[in-house]
Design a protein around this ligand. Structure first.
Ligand SMILES: [Zn+2]
Length: 134
């Protein structure tokens, strides 16, 4: 993260802290809260962990080429939150899915299909996922 973005995110974090803490119920303590926030940001080292979305197997791929293809499997893929249609061919015995997605549940596939996306999909570990594109 370059210095510009670091400062930008730092200021945003500081402002968000004020927005959350300076609510009406705390109005008598505004000065103390502002002082504590300043103290926190001047006495602590703030670091941000960058999340790289294009490393190793976690690569975002442009899936426009597979969009709404009737001869392709209709299961959605995660694609690091960007979604997209499965690139495999649909199998005539698999109700519009490829063999893999048919075997993994077909219409009960955890991410849904191009026709019906699951808005808050939950993976096999119970983790709720949020799509990047709403
Ligand atoms: Zn598939």
């Amino acid at each position: 993260m370059n210095k510009y973005y670091f400062e930008f995110v730092l200021q945003k974090l500081k402002q968000d802290s004020k927005d959350v803490l300076l609510i009406e119920e705390n109005s008598e303590n505004t000065d103390i809260i502002l002082k504590e926030i300043e103290l926190y940001f001047t006495t602590n080292t703030i670091t941000f962990n960058e999340v790289c979305i294009s490393s190793g197997t976690h690569q975002v791929r442009n899936r426009d080429a597979y969009q709404d293809k009737v001869n392709k499997c209709k299961a959605l893929v995660w694609n690091e939150g960007y979604g997209g249609q499965c690139s495999r061919s649909s199998n005539s015995d698999c109700n519009g899915f490829c063999k893999t997605h048919f075997r993994k549940g077909g219409h009960d596939w955890w991410l849904g299909t191009v026709e019906q996306r699951i808005e808050r999909p939950v993976d096999s570990n119970g983790k709720i996922h949020y799509w990047i594109k709403e």
